[in-house]
Design a protein around this ligand. Structure first.
Ligand code: PMP
Length: 458
């Protein structure tokens, strides 16, 4: 048997032979027989994972990959950060599950989370711990806003993604996920997002007056606009699953001004953008707005132990006891790891690293900006996307994106796809990723995109 380096000391990816290797193939085949047809990641990334550390994953066949999927943005400090593992392990022998009772671990976590908000916001925010997924927290936010306003309709944005439960799916743009499931939650109205590179009016971002948001403004202010005053407007600052579309500042500020003028709670879905991903603790901070409700989950524990919450303006706290229950709302391991994650993020200036490494990614990816099939390279902090499209008609180049993903994997880099027809190659590195790992990953990606120049079609 081949001797493998300790995964914690690995500094480069390496892949021997084809993928999947034989041991991975065996597990993938067994998974295919046993698990639902809805399984998704291993279809495009055909590996079975043995172990991981920091930015690296090893599969069962000994191949090592740079992981720029990081559990869909969950592992903010990389795989198995030793301090977070220690915090969770220590907690394991004290208390693991606490329903919604107060505990020292929860108290410290809540304190740490609140300390990341600006003082004025902190002083009026209440916290509700939800079931441990983003979608459950989205549901909670909706229920809260409906209860507080007595209204039933909701405004969401095209291209947005808020989860896969019935209500969260209803708020999401992804039509293919909804079509097979009749009788979705009614009363959701979709408006255009500021997706400048696919502006329906073909306006240049330099000269446009954010016409997309005018449509929402007019509809909600028009006595014949067709939409009753909604209970909430839900918004991502960067549409992650939608293809890393970064909202324009004027768009977000006008949505905030409108919702404030009409007394509509503004819910920011920071499930993916939160906990430092974009270079500030929450992405909304960069837009100079204050939301009424913040939704967070994925990276709250920093190490993948699940947990989710909403934070909301206390004036919305019209809930009766038990209004949003859930058995798994007191994961003490997540609280312990999450408080430790915040300590480390502060100690190591991880947010500074996000900004610096983000700039590095932006610079390195300039190498593909002029590639004819690269429609746009965009990102904020450590959330990046390369949109691929046919230069002749702008159609999403999905097959090409799939080819880039597959070839990158064979070179030892795991990347995700997103956006319209999965035509955006997405990077979600750990927030503490090193400059060296970014260099290696971007050079793989740039080479692969160069190699994949299609001659005709996608
Ligand atoms: N909101 C956003 C912005 C997301 O990106 C996601 C998941 N990708 C969700 C909600 C749903 O989170 P979960 O999968 O934990 O339900």
């Amino acid at each position: 048997m081949r001797l493998l380096d300790d995964i914690a000391t690995v500094t480069r990816p390496h892949v021997d032979g084809g993928l999947p290797g034989p041991r991975s193939a065996e597990l993938l085949a067994r998974q295919g027989r046993r698990e639902s047809n809805a399984r998704v990641y291993p279809r495009h990334l055909p590996i079975a994972i043995a172990e991981a550390s920091g930015s690296f994953i090893r599969d069962l066949d000994g191949n090592v990959f740079i992981d720029f999927l990081t559990g869909a943005g969950v592992l903010s400090l990389g795989h198995n950060h030793p301090a977070l593992v220690r915090a969770a392990t220590n907690q394991l022998s004290q208390l693991t599950h606490g329903l919604d009772f107060p505990t020292p671990a929860k108290d410290a976590f809540t304190e740490a989370q609140l300390s990341m908000l600006a003082p004025e916001l902190r002083s009026r925010m209440k916290v509700h711990f939800c079931g441990p997924t983003g979608a459950n927290a989205v549901d909670a936010a909706l229920k809260l806003c409906k209860t507080a306003t007595g209204r039933g309709d909701v405004v969401s944005f095209q291209g947005g993604f808020h989860g896969s439960t019935h209500a969260a799916m209803a708020l999401s743009g992804l039509v293919a996920q909804k079509e097979p499931v009749p009788n979705g939650m009614p009363g959701v109205h979709f408006f255009p997002y500021s997706y400048c590179s696919r502006c329906p009016l073909d306006l240049s971002p330099d000269t446009c007056a954010t016409n997309c948001v005018s449509y929402l403004e007019r509809s909600l202010q028009d006595s014949h606009g067709g939409i009753p005053l909604p209970a909430a407007v839900i918004l991502e600052m960067v549409q992650g699953e939608g293809g890393v579309v970064v909202a324009r500042g004027s768009f977000v500020r006008r949505v905030r001004a409108l919702t404030r003028a009409l007394d509509i709670p503004l819910v920011v879905d920071e499930v993916q953008t939160g906990c430092g991903r974009t270079g500030t603790w929450f992405a909304f901070e960069q837009y100079g707005i204050e939301p009424d409700v913040i939704i967070a989950s994925k990276a709250l524990s920093g190490v993948g132990v699940p947990i989710a919450f909403i934070m909301y303006d206390e004036r919305l706290d019209t809930w009766a006891p038990g209004a949003h229950t859930g058995t798994f709302r007191g994961n003490q391991l997540a609280f312990a790891a999450g408080a430790e994650a915040i300590r480390i993020i502060r100690r190591d200036d991880v947010l500074g690293n996000v900004r610096r490494r983000g700039e590095q990614v932006g610079c390195l990816l300039t190498a593909v900006r002029n590639h004819p099939w690269v429609r746009e390279v965009r990102g904020l902090g450590l959330m990046w996307g390369i949109e691929l499209a046919d230069p002749r008609d702008g159609r999403p180049a999905s097959a090409l994106a799939g080819e880039v993903q597959a070839r990158a994997l064979r070179q030892g880099l795991i990347v995700e796809l997103g956006g319209r027809n999965d035509c955006v190659v997405r990077l979600l590195p750990p927030l503490n990723v090193t400059a060296e790992v970014i260099d290696i990953a971007c050079s793989i990606l740039v080479d692969v995109i160069e190699e994949c120049r299609p001659r005709t079609g996608t």
